[in-house]
Write a protein that binds this ligand. Sequence first.
Ligand code: C5P
Length: 290
Amino acid sequence: MHLTTYLNDIVVWAPAKVNLFLEVLGKRPDGYHDIATLMVAIRLYDTVILRKTDDLTLTCSDQSLTVGPDNLVLRAAKLLQERTGCRLGASIRLIKRIPMAAGLAGGSTDAAATLAGLNQLWGLKLSNAELASMAGEIGSDIPFFFHTPAAWCTGRGEIVAPAKLPIPLDFVLLCPSFGISTPAVYKQITLPAQPIMGEAIRAAVSKGDVDSIAKLLHNQLEDAAAIVEPRIGDFAKMLADTKPAGSLMSGSGSTLFALCRSREDATCIAAELAPQMKAHKFRVIITRTE
Ligand code: C5P
């Protein structure tokens, strides 16, 4: 994420992510699943704008998002106040661009941006490691955003080891008009008899070998998501038919992404999808890793 100061405001650019690999290793006693996932941050951003005030308030550009105490942004801010004893307030403005319930961690990145932004606004001087550890208490995907652009994440997803990403990766995102609930997808999961441990794709990413990464893309949640929302299978086929280097669903869906050989390849794939966008109600976004 990127922080800038503008007059009285701290402006945080909060990136989305996609998962190049996600294996489910087993169910845990706490109801979560142990996973192993390779996440990369992409150049698609929400913006979180923070200004010092007496109380804590949140407004959002998207009226469909609730701005009550359940919102991850407010939960992050409250947790930071509790843990540090800080009594300062903030008005928080959230500009949404990342599709919601889309497997792109939009809510998680907003929470991470809030922790980082308030740390600066309130002069708390917490380290990234301290913020990331707090982040893991509110959501499994949030700590990753303190270790962008690429990381190998285990446990619930909250144990983060930064990974090398020597070249930018180009993507086309196909974002359906519907979102998918993450808990609903995990409920449908079939645990793999022999989980893939992901060494091969980690090696391919560290070498920047796009063709090998493409062959090794894997998401154990994709079949489960297709049970919850059968249209996922149709969109996955539509994207594969454009013949990218590889394609996959991100996180628990609903976004599918094409991994492309170059920016030009991405432009061609997006153009091929464009005529079908209106009829099938999806958005197409050309993007690349941060
Ligand atoms: O951690 P987070 O709040 O984002 O998780 C949302 C839900 O997704 C959890 O309540 C759980 O049902 C499911 N989940 C899981 N295993 C994970 C991550 C999420 O079962 N590793």
